[in-house]
Ligand binder design. Structure first.
Ligand code: UD1
Length: 431
């Protein structure tokens, strides 16, 4: 039987939370360690399920992975001879497994990576990853569900112009290019803070990268990289989740160990919703209004509004004083959770990639099902402003990206519990 999160509302959240390292950075940093033989150490690692999956994947490739939950570090010992096949059972569990493709093909000159599944939020093709590697001299075929990449002569630098600033394609090509011969230029590159973080770790491994965080990233290949130590940047999506939790419930939450500068447009939108925001050296505080004002949001690649926070905007508009429009420009099918939100009484009208949400005064508790990480967290937050009991099923999605979510919410004053076989403490104790 799967665990369920049970929330009793309404609640007003007050207090402070600390944010852990970014899921979307650490998974790629772990993959990047494959580029150098020896022991690399990553600090500020979140204890979440996706990290365990990546640890298993690296082990299958021949690396030894040790996690120290006390210090939040992972040490990865990468052997001289790596295996080069990433199996379907792991890739299916987590789409980010595809980020081993670039490092494996650069290091082993061959890779076989199962075609991914992952979040049910759109088609999420791999055409840009594929086209980019082909330009670098890699032959790619799809064979029995695997993407099979071969580059017997090694990789050579090339100029790529991405159709769209894809985060995953920018990262994979950047990692592959570190060991290619000559210069690689990625135009229309993604500019997310996680790209800057990964480039910083690659640079401390000896890679030559310029322009990470801008639309043009230039990588000059080197012969080999060495292991390095690096701390993961704070998770801006988790920080944003807490900011929305304060805004939706009308509470005051201090978000520590986070970087307000990575949340520029998000904090601006929360101000428009009626929140008061103060920036502090170690994070920021959001004080929500009694009832939020609706906000109009269009998701876009960074520095635009992050698609991963879109479900929280819908939750906020669902209880706002008026109507707000949300436009999803990154993942076309990221609306699955709105029908669950409707079970709580939200009024959402979908039209293609637009959602018009008419705020109601209060939601009412009901059983709902999470179908991805952020939708799951947003449904829990909506449950906080619903009268009575909301049961959120599909909790394993939340576990993929949030460390001790229920414990944090309890600390902020929510009446919430996790029912089922696993307590958060036990589950997250060891990797
Ligand atoms: C990453 C994040 C995810 C976030 C997303 C956008 C991780 C583990 N996940 O996902 O949380 O929501 O960035 O900020 O870091 N696309 C193609 N072809 C490609 C690559 C992408 O069509 O070759 C499309 C996708 O279908 C999607 C869009 O481009 O519609 C954005 O994808 P991308 O930026 O690559 O996201 P991910 O790296 O998968």
């Amino acid at each position: 039987m799967e665990d369920v999160i049970v929330v009793s509302g309404p609640a007003v959240l007050n207090g402070a939370v600390e944010v852990s390292g970014a899921k979307n950075s650490v998974l790629k940093l772990m993959a990047a360690t494959l580029l150098a033989e020896g022991v690399s150490t990553i600090g500020n690692v979140p204890n979440i399920q996706d990290v365990w999956i990546m640890a298993d994947l690296l082990r299958r490739l021949g690396a030894a992975v040790e996690y120290d939950p006390e210090r939040s570090t992972v040490a990865i010992d990468v052997p001289a001879d790596l295996l080069h096949q990433a199996d379907y059972d792991l890739v299916r569990a987590m789409r980010a497994s595809i980020s081993v493709l670039g490092p494996l093909v650069a290091r082993c000159h061959q890779a076989e990576v199962a075609l991914p599944g992952g979040d049910a939020i759109g088609s999420r093709g791999l055409d840009m990853h594929r086209a980019g590697l082909e330009l670098m001299g890699v032959s790619i075929a799809i064979d029995h569900g695997y993407l099979v990449a071969r580059a017997p002569q090694g990789l050579s630098g090339a100029r790529h112009v991405l159709d769209f600033p894809s985060v995953g394609a920018t990262e994979n090509l950047m990692m592959a290019a570190t060991l290619a011969q000559g210069v690689t230029v990625i135009e229309n590159a993604a500019r997310e803070p996680e790209i800057v973080d990964i480039a910083a770790m690659l640079s401390s491994m000896g890679a030559r990268i310029e322009g990470a965080g801008t639309s043009t990233v230039t990588i000059t290949g080197v012969e080999r990289l060495s292991p390095a130590a690096h701390d993961v940047l704070p998770d801006r999506i988790v920080a944003g989740t807490w900011a929305f939790a304060a805004a939706v419930t009308g509470g005051t939450v201090t978000v520590r160990r986070s970087r307000a500068q990575d949340l520029g447009v998000v904090l601006d939108k929360l101000t428009q919703a009626g929140c008061r925001i103060s920036i502090e050296p170690d994070g920021f505080t959001v004080a929500g209004p009694e009832r939020p004002l609706p906000i109009n949001v269009s998701t876009l690649p960074y520095p635009g509004f992050p698609t991963d926070l879109q479900p929280f905007v819908v939750a906020l508009n669902a209880v706002a004083d008026g109507s707000g429009m949300v436009t999803e420009n990154v993942f076309e099918a990221r609306w699955g959770f709105t029908s669950e939100l409707a079970r709580l009484g939200a009024v959402v009208r979908l039209d293609g990639h637009h959602a018009l949400i008419k705020g109601v005064e209060r939601l009412s508790g009901a059983p709902v099902e999470a179908n991805d990480i952020r939708a799951g967290a947003a449904l829990v937050i909506a449950g906080l402003v619903a009268d009575g009991v909301t049961e959120v099923h599909g909790v394993s999605h939340i576990d993929r990206g949030y460390e001790r979510f229920v414990e944090h919410l309890t600390g902020l004053g929510a009446q919430i519990e996790r029912r089922g076989l696993s307590s958060e403490r036990d589950m997250f104790a060891t990797l």
